[in-house]
Design a protein around this ligand. Structure first.
Ligand code: URP
Ligand code: ZN
Ligand code: ZN
Ligand code: ZN
Length: 508
C-alpha cells in the first residue's frame, strides 16, 4: 500500500490519549494507519511533526456565515431568495462562506457548522436549506454543514420537514430561540418542536434568554438614557439566561427530548445544566472562548468602541461567572466549545456602528448587531490560554473543540486521528521553536475590521492545516484553493449518552 502522505513523529492527541512520536499514514484523503517508522515510497510526501502537537482539525459547531437577512430590532424581515450571492444592495457587513471558512482553516478548523435561518413567514424549512447550499457551494476552504434555525414551527415543519431532515438533507440538528423578536418561539411552540425532534435523532440547540425581561429592562434603561453599549449587559443580567435555561430544561424534561444549551455565559445557567445532567437528563452545554477570556468591562470604552464586544448572552461583569465557565469546562458540564462567530464589521453602516448612526448622542445599544468574530482565534486561544496555561489537558482540548462536536452532531468521519477518519489534521509548532506574538487584526483572514483579541499574546498557532489530506494552510499562508471544502452529510448524534427516560404520563 503506497501512502500519499506520512506525518512523522508528532505528539498525536485524541480525546483520550497522547501518542508520542507517532506517524500518521494517509491515503486518498483518509487516515489509514498510525504507527512507528511508516514506510514511504516514491511519491509519498512526508511532513516532519517532531516535537509538535498534532490534533484533529477543529470542528466549530456554531458560526454564522452569510446570514444577511437578520434584520435586528424594529426592522421587517423580508423573504429574499437568492441565486447564491448576497444581494449587493444589502451592503453585507459580515463574513460569507469564503471569508469565514478561510478564517476557519487559518485557525486550524477544518469543519464548520453554520446556520440556515428559516424566514419567519416560510411554511417550510426546504427553501432556506436550498438557499444556504447555494450560498456555500464552491466557496468554502473547509468542510461544512448547517443547523436549521426554526423560526416558524408550522405543521409542515413538524410533520414533514423534521422527519426528513436527516434522511433527505443529511442534517441532524436545529436551533431555536427564546429571544430576538425575529426568531423567538413561545413555550407552546418549543414544546411542539421538542416533541417532533424527540426520538428521531435530532439535536435541538437552544438560545436561552428571557425575551420579555430583556424588552422590559431595555425600555427602563432607555427611559433613563442608559443607552451606551455597556448597558447591553445591564439589559441581560445572568438571571435572564438562568431563567430561560431552567425553563427550557423543564420543557425538555416534559418532552423527554435531548437539548443543547448554546453559548452559555453565566454561573447560574451552568449550574442549571449541571443539575439536569446529574438527574440523568440528556442536556448538553456549549460555551465559547469569549466567556472564558473576556469580561463586560470591554463594552465600557470611550466613544462607541464598546459595541465591538456586544454579543448575546453578554460578556459578564465579574470573574465569578468566568471562573464558573472554566469549572464547567474542567468538570465535564460543557460538551463543546464553539466560536459563535457572529461577526459584523465595526465601521460599516450595517455593522456595529448601526447602533450609533441616527440614535442620539451616545448611540443606542438596542440597535447594535449582536455577536463577535472568533472562528480563527478559537483554537489558538484555547491552546495558549487553556493547554499551555495548564487549565486544560491536550486531550480535553481535543475533546471539546473537535471530537465531541463531531460526535454530538453526527459527523462520523471527523474529530479523531484514527484509521478510517478523514485526514483533517492540525499540526502546531514545536513549543521551543515558537516565538510568542501579539495578535493584530491584519493577521487574520476574516472580512471583519477588528478582533476582540487585539493585542492578546499567543504562544502557539497552527502551523499546517490539512483538509482530507490536502495542505490548506502552511506557516501563516493560505495554500489550498477556495472550493476545497465540501458539504458533509450527518447522522443522528453518536455521542454516547442514553436516550432520556420518559418522565411524564401525558402520552401513552
Ligand atoms: O450575539 C450573538 N451570539 N449573536 C449571534 C446569534 C446567536 O444568538 O447566536
Ligand atoms: Zn444564539
Ligand atoms: Zn446620556
Ligand atoms: Zn450564534
Amino acid at each position: 500500500m503506497g501512502l500519499d502522505l506520512v506525518i512523522r513523529n508528532g505528539t498525536v492527541v485524541s480525546a483520550s490519549d497522547v501518542l508520542n512520536e507517532c506517524d500518521i499514514g494517509i491515503k486518498d484523503g483518509t487516515i489509514v494507519v498510525l504507527g512507528k517508522n511508516l514506510p514511504a515510497r516514491a511519491g509519498t510526501e512526508e511532513v516532519d511533526a517532531g516535537g509538535a502537537f498534532v490534533t484533529p482539525g477543529g470542528v466549530d459547531s456554531h458560526c454564522h456565515l452569510s446570514q444577511f437577512y437578520d434584520p435586528g430590532p424594529g426592522q421587517e424581515q423580508k423573504t429574499q431568495v437568492t441565486d447564491g450571492n448576497i444581494p449587493a444592495e444589502y451592503n453585507f457587513a459580515g463574513d460569507d462562506y469564503e471569508s469565514g471558512s478561510r478564517s476557519a482553516i487559518a485557525g486550524g478548523t477544518t469543519t464548520i457548522m453554520s446556520f440556515a435561518n428559516q424566514y419567519r413567514d416560510d411554511e417550510s424549512l426546504k427553501p432556506v436549506i436550498k438557499e444556504y447550499h447555494k450560498l456555500a457551494q464552491g466557496k468554502a476552504y473547509c468542510d461544512y454543514s448547517f443547523h436549521v434555525i426554526v423560526t416558524n414551527p408550522t405543521q409542515t415543519v413538524l410533520k414533514e420537514d423534521l422527519p426528513q431532515l436527516i434522511t433527505h438533507h443529511g442534517l441532524s440538528s436545529i436551533k431555536i430561540f427564546m429571544t430576538y423578536e425575529s426568531a423567538k418561539l413561545s413555550d407552546y411552540q418549543i414544546l411542539g418542536v421538542l416533541n417532533a425532534a424527540r426520538g428521531i435523532g435530532i439535536t435541538t440547540m437552544v438560545h436561552a434568554e428571557n425575551a420579555d425581561v430583556v424588552e422590559y429592562l431595555t425600555e427602563q434603561l432607555e427611559a433613563n438614557d442608559m443607552v451606551q453599549p455597556h448597558h447591553h449587559g445591564t439589559s441581560r443580567p445572568p438571571l435572564v439566561e438562568g431563567e430561560a435555561t431552567n425553563r427550557v430544561v423543564a420543557l425538555a424534561e416534559l418532552m423527554s427530548a435531548p437539548v443543547l444549551l448554546v453559548h452559555v455565559s453565566s454561573a447560574l445557567a451552568t449550574k442549571v445544566i449541571r443539575k439536569a445532567q446529574t438527574r440523568g437528563m440528556v442536556v448538553h452545554g456549549e460555551t465559547c472562548p469569549h466567556y472564558l477570556f473576556l469580561l463586560a468591562e470591554k463594552m465600557n470604552q470611550t466613544g462607541f468602541e464598546g459595541a465591538k464586544f456586544v454579543c448575546s448572552p453578554p460578556l459578564r461583569e465579574t470573574s465569578t461567572d468566568l471562573d464558573a465557565i472554566w469549572q464547567g469546562v474542567q468538570n465535564g458540564t460543557f460538551t463543546t466549545i464553539s466560536s459563535d462567530h457572529a461577526p459584523t464589521k465595526y465601521d460599516h453602516p450595517n455593522g456595529k456602528m448601526k447602533g450609533f448612526c441616527d440614535h442620539g448622542p451616545h448611540g443606542k445599544f438596542k440597535y447594535i448587531p449582536n455577536g463577535l468574530p472568533g472562528l480563527e482565534t478559537r483554537l489558538p486561544l484555547l491552546f495558549t490560554g487553556g493547554v499551555l496555561s495548564g487549565r486544560m489537558s491536550p486531550q480535553k482540548f481535543v475533546e471539546l473543540t473537535s471530537s465531541n462536536p463531531a460526535k454530538l452532531y453526527g459527523l462520523t468521519r471527523k474529530g479523531a486521528i484514527a484509521p478510517g477518519m478523514d485526514a483533517d489534521i492540525t499540526i502546531w509548532y514545536p513549543q521551543d521553536e515558537f516565538e510568542p506574538f501579539r495578535l493584530s487584526n491584519e493577521m487574520l483572514h476574516h472580512a471583519i475590521d477588528y478582533t476582540p483579541y487585539e493585542g492578546f499574546e499567543f504562544r502557539n498557532w497552527p502551523r499546517y492545516t490539512f483538509l482530507r489530506g490536502q495542505l490548506m494552510f502552511a506557516e501563516g499562508k493560505l495554500v489550498g484553493p477556495r472550493g476545497a471544502g465540501a458539504f458533509v452529510r450527518r447522522t443522528p448524534s453518536i455521542l454516547g449518552s442514553c436516550t432520556p427516560v420518559v418522565q411524564t404520563m401525558w402520552r401513552n
